[in-house]
Design a protein around this ligand. Structure first.
Ligand code: B16
Ligand code: MG
Length: 216
């Protein structure tokens, strides 16, 4: 049966969490609030709108709709100034190797990311050509933990959900994959990924044969 492999972007293919953190910290500062690394953990995999909603909540601040849009715009401009400097050296360990192997076997490869900047990031690091399908924050309405992003990716790959393996670094993404009936593989610290079916520190410790056995 046809197999599909769906990759989250931030935290799985590249680590842009610290760029998001640098930029959201400036937004929080304007709101008179100090954003910590612990707060940033809770923004991983979460959409831009929901991220700002959470920051406002933590800061116990309310802003007008215009200010909300302005804060999101400024945050994104600041974030993009960092993204445009990205190169292939920003690809996380083992990613290039696993993409190469999956591609050479002819498996469907998709991106399933909450980021509206996903196509630009893939282009900057030179990985766009590996992906048969890109589903990003511009293409879906409901953010993770809603499974929409992964369900759309599977449909576009033409692979049934149970034959899809999802690589994720965030709790919300693991929940989305599990809800979709896909096999969730967590990347990173197992403390944050307790609901993942499997957890690995990085792609360097994942064998292709292991991935091939996950689906029937
Ligand atoms: P943007 P992922 C997510 O990407 C990030 O983890 C999250 O921190 C960010 O807020 C979200 O993308 C939206 O990103 O502002 O670029 O549209 O992990 O789903 O690839
Ligand atoms: Mg992520």
């Amino acid at each position: 049966m046809k197999k599909g492999f769906i990759f989250d972007l931030d935290g799985v293919i590249v680590d842009t969490a610290h760029f998001h953190y640098n930029s959201w910290r400036k937004t929080a500062e304007q709101l008179g609030f100090e954003l910590t690394i612990q707060h940033n953990e809770k923004l991983k995999g979460v959409s831009r709108i929901e991220s700002l909603n959470r920051i406002l909540d933590w800061a116990q601040k309310e802003v007008s709709q215009d200010t909300f849009q302005q804060l999101m715009f400024e945050k994104n401009e600041d974030y993009l100034r960092q993204v445009v400097q990205m190169t292939a050296s920003d690809i996380l360990p083992g990613v290039f190797n696993i993409l190469n192997k999956l591609k050479s076997k002819g498996y469907g490869i998709a991106l399933g990311s909450a980021s509206k900047n996903a196509p630009l990031i893939l282009e900057k690091v030179g990985l766009s050509s590996f992906f048969n399908v890109i589903v990003d924050g511009n293409r879906v309405i409901k953010a993770k933990p809603d499974p929409e992003v992964f369900i759309v990716a599977a449909q576009q790959l033409g692979v049934i959900n149970s034959q899809c393996v999802v690589f994720e670094d965030a709790e919300a993404g693991i929940e989305a994959a599990n809800t979709a009936g896909m096999i969730s593989v967590g990347l990173g610290n197992s403390d944050n990924l307790e609901h993942a079916k499997y957890v690995f520190q990085s792609f360097e410790s994942i064998e292709l044969t292991f991935l091939e056995q996950l689906t029937t």
